[in-house]
Design a protein around this ligand. Structure first.
Ligand SMILES: [Zn+2]
Length: 424
């Protein structure tokens, strides 16, 4: 039997990258977890249906975090005065090594999952560690929480500390294969994604083996790209034949085209790299908080939007200190102003609609029809709570949303639905 769900409230959602609909006291109708219409008046055929009445509340699509490291959640907010490579060696690698212990991993991933569940995030692309049991545990917890996500067991077979490295390409690929088989078909909401950490930690031999696994199991890929100048110079040394950093992935068939691919950061992508990403349909995960904290720089998001590229937002925990996608939107707008002011005054700053698009429909499209209230989209829905943001004046729906993005934390999500399932 078909199952209808009707919500009433003040609806805000993107239709294109710079246009949003704001509908006060409107009705959102879903059928079997799919949006079937937005109406100002409830159509006659629904008059007898039960309505989830959230009048006076903002209702927005769920948000997609395109890049987040679950094992780094434990040390969020620490080492925020370091640059990338120092931060990895001081904080990240020692913490990630702890996930060899299944009891530690289970405890830490429970904390991560509980907080992700109450956040604005309805879809996420998540890095684990190199450890198979810990990564399977993370998938199980996310699946139980009902969060639609891709999770990756990380690959690292070179240039890594001896306490956090796989023995070689063969051993890394073997463990990855074991993990894929253990995960396949087990978690309805959580799917595996191949996750070479980044070029410096993955040998050519390992990348070739990952390509074989990619073809065998038809998996998507996530990694990091052109985040920091020191990292880019290092890749040049390691891969002298690659034309640019992204080419080092593309030469192994792990950079878009028939392989859905997310590359985090893309702060310093050259014109050639940008063109290749566009041609190959690579997704860019823009992570403004992380890029600021690790002194990486400012990604040229206006350029990516002008080129009609695939792009969304990531928190990049723990490069970013928290899971809030509202903050990611506000920060994306803020750093775009600095880019315009300090780097290139022909690249105008993002407007609110564009920031909102990146967090919803832009990143959501990696999962299909996700991140809008247009017909045919999956019913990922947030009901928001503005009660702690008191104000004396009348505001329009758009004004309320804008201040919400700047003032809210994740405790301001009152209800969350994913694929029409009520999470809370
Ligand atoms: Zn990252």
């Amino acid at each position: 039997m078909k199952k209808e769900m009707i919500l009433k409230g003040d609806l805000c959602y993107s239709t294109t990258k710079d246009h949003m609909e704001f509908r006060k006291d409107a009705y959102l109708i879903c059928r079997d977890g799919i949006i079937t219409g937005v109406y100002d008046e409830l159509p006659k055929q629904y008059k007898t249906f039960e309505i989830l009445d959230f009048s006076g509340h903002l209702i927005v699509p769920g948000m997609t975090d395109l890049h987040v490291h679950a094992p780094q959640y434990a040390f969020r907010g620490m080492g925020m005065d370091m640059e990338l490579l120092d931060w990895l060696n001081t904080h990240t690698f020692p913490e990630e090594a702890k996930y060899k212990d299944p009891a530690y991993a289970s405890n830490a991933y429970e904390l991560f999952t509980e907080d992700l569940k109450t956040s604005a995030t309805t879809r996420a692309c998540i890095f684990g560690t190199i450890h198979v049991p810990a990564t399977l545990k993370l998938m199980e917890l996310l699946n139980d929480a009902g969060i639609c996500s891709y999770v990756g067991k990380v690959n690292m077979d070179r240039n890594s500390p001896d306490y956090l490295i796989e023995e070689g390409a063969f051993s890394s690929a073997e463990a990855t294969s074991e993990w894929i088989l253990a995960a396949s078909g087990k978690f309805p909401h959580v799917k595996p994604i191949l996750t070479p950490r980044f070029i410096p930690t993955c040998s050519d031999e390992l990348m070739e083996k990952l390509r074989e696994l990619q073809k065998l199991y038809d998996l998507p890929v996530q990694s990091h790209l052109s985040e920091n100048q020191g990292e880019i110079d290092w890749v040049k040394e390691l891969c002298p034949d690659a034309r640019f950093y992204g080419d080092a992935y593309d030469r192994h068939g792990l950079f878009g085209k028939d392989v859905p691919t997310i590359m985090a950061h893309c702060v310093y992508s050259s014109a050639e790299e940008i063109l290749r990403m566009k041609e190959n349909g690579v997704y860019i995960a823009h992570c403004p908080q992380s890029n600021t904290n690790l002194s990486s720089g400012i990604a040229p998001v206006r350029t990516y939007l002008e080129h009609e590229m695939n792009i969304g937002l990531g928190t990049d925990v723990a490069g970013g200190p928290g899971l809030s996608m509202f903050k990611a939107i506000a920060d994306a707008i803020q750093v775009s102003k600095l880019y315009w002011r300090l780097v290139d005054d022909s690249k105008k700053p993002l407007c609110m609609e564009e920031g909102f698009y990146l967090a919803t429909k832009g990143g959501g499209s990696f999962f299909g029809n996700v991140g809008s209230f247009e017909d045919g989209y999956e019913a990922d829905i947030l009901v928001l709570d503005e009660s702690r943001m008191r104000h004396p004046q009348n505001l329009t729906v758009k004004e309320r949303l804008e201040r919400f993005l700047y003032l809210a934390d994740d405790r301001c999500v009152l209800h969350k639905f994913i694929e029409g399932r009520q999470i809370f």
